[in-house]
Write a protein that binds this ligand. Structure first.
Ligand SMILES: Nc1ncnc2c1ncn2[C@@H]1O[C@H](COP(=O)(O)OP(=O)(O)OP(=O)(O)O)[C@@H](O)[C@H]1O
Length: 263
């Protein structure tokens, strides 16, 4: 896909220290990167690198000790407008007593006043994730993959400019996961959004991304920013067999193994 150079997400000199004094722990140290509009970045790094800390900061839940985060040119100070997040634990992020369409409509309550407009946003979001016919069912009547599609539809309902995804497919089987990876690629195109995916899976990081951002071990800084150039549209079989895929996967795996002390 073609990317523009306009930065949608800017992370500048971000440092985060938990606690104070003797118990202070530096989780992130002078982290810098940006993502352009419609770009898809994936973040990988060794266990405990600081990925969750970074997502908490990007989503406005926590203020970094130092540095700035900007979305669409505006400093993040509290939960930012134009940002939505999808978590690994779809079972806990959906409300079991509400139907699928009501779950998707939930973040629009009090934000989009007009009922017809809310209904349109919900219907379009469910259509985009392939669940138009499941709108009156409840989350517990759906498979794990379908529940995660509902969570994605809910994130899309507010038409975010930036979608953050925290290990979104880690609890799903390989085939369901592949279908959802392709869904992410499609919605990025359809809605023109910028996506940042945190994953432990190097293959997934490379398959999805325009750029793989490799974090160092804690305290996290950017070890490398690896561009992925694969023929588009991507395909679960041919993209993963492509020489560039194999090359980038190996480069990223070596970087992470180096951070884990070669283990
Ligand atoms: N509330 C906290 N207080 C003190 N230290 C913390 C706190 N939360 C995280 N840490 C520490 O900060 C570092 C980064 O943690 P974080 O959870 O962000 O890493 P991660 O990359 O998400 O980990 P994982 O790969 O296991 O998901 C770790 O060393 C962790 O022990």
């Amino acid at each position: 896909m073609t990317t523009t150079t306009t930065a949608l997400l800017e992370v500048e000199h971000v440092t985060h220290i938990y606690g104070q004094g003797d118990t202070a722990h530096r989780a992130i140290s002078d982290l810098n990167f940006s993502l352009g509009e419609r770009e898809l970045g994936s973040i990988v790094g060794p266990s405990g690198a600081g990925k969750t800390t970074l997502l908490r900061i990007l989503s406005g839940l926590m203020k970094p000790t130092e540095g700035t985060v900007r979305i669409g040119g505006a400093d993040v100070d509290g939960v930012p407008e134009g940002m939505a997040m999808v978590f690994q634990d779809y079972g806990r992020s959906l409300l079991p007593w509400l139907t699928v369409e009501r779950n998707v409509a939930f973040p629009l309550k009090g934000v989009v006043k007009e009922r017809t407009e809310r209904d349109r946003l919900v219907a379009e979001s469910l259509e985009a994730v392939g669940l138009a016919t499941a709108s009156t069912r409840h989350p517990w009547q759906l498979s794990g993959g379908m529940q995660q599609r509902v969570a994605i539809a809910r994130a899309l309902a507010s038409r975010p400019r930036l979608l953050l995804m925290d290990e979104p497919f880690a609890s799903l089987d390989a085939q369901t996961r592949a279908g959802l990876e392709d869904l992410v690629l499609r919605i990025r195109e359809q809605f023109g959004i910028t996506v940042l995916v945190v994953t432990h899976d190097i293959d997934e990081a490379v398959y999805l991304a325009d750029r793989v951002l490799v974090l160092s071990k804690s305290p996290a800084h950017l070890l490398d920013d690896v561009r992925v150039t694969l023929p588009e549209p991507r395909d679960q079989i041919s993209s993963r067999e492509h020489d560039d895929f194999i090359h980038v996967r190996s480069q990223v795996a070596h970087l992470i193994r180096g951070e884990n002390g070669g283990a």
